[in-house]
Design a protein around this ligand. Structure first.
Ligand code: ZN
Ligand code: ZN
Length: 143
């Protein structure tokens, strides 16, 4: 893993705070139907980071569900303010999907790609100048 200057973030109410000490392995937006619930109608914007490089402080609620693949997914949110902080796939627990809106500086990691474009509503604004995937790309796990 690449060492990087610590990047910090947390939830809206401040009960959850984190520090990230490695560069993300991916930065992207996800339009899967589930993310539209998490993001109140839009895509989620995420960075995928090595779990070992992330220190999370504060209690997170865990909503577990199963993806279409059958994989167990965990989604973490602050039980006080409801901010979706991140989540992970059970089969890729070494990676963590962090919601970019929780970064203290959301400008830090601009999205580099869009996934699940086929699930987006017709009015979605999608950056077609960057790579787009109609569904889930291989390897880095669901957002
Ligand atoms: Zn909170
Ligand atoms: Zn998604």
């Amino acid at each position: 893993m690449n060492d990087a200057a610590p990047v910090t973030g947390g939830c809206l109410c401040g009960a959850v705070r984190y520090t990230l000490v490695a560069e993300p392995v991916a930065a992207r937006q996800c339009w899967c139907r589930l993310c539209q619930y998490l993001a109140a109608g839009s895509a989620t914007t995420n960075v995928i980071v090595p779990r070992a490089a992330l220190t999370l402080n504060g209690a997170l609620a865990d909503y577990a569900s199963h993806a279409d693949s059958g994989n167990a997914m965990h989604r973490h949110f602050c039980p006080s303010c409801g901010t979706p902080v991140g989540g992970y796939a059970g089969v890729r627990a070494h990676l963590y999907v962090l919601r970019v809106g929780t970064l203290d500086d959301p400008d830090h990691y601009p999205p580099q790609a869009t996934i699940w474009t086929d699930a987006a509503p017709r009015w979605a604004l999608i950056d077609r100048d960057k790579p787009c995937h109609i569904g889930q790309p291989a390897a880095t796990g669901a957002s």
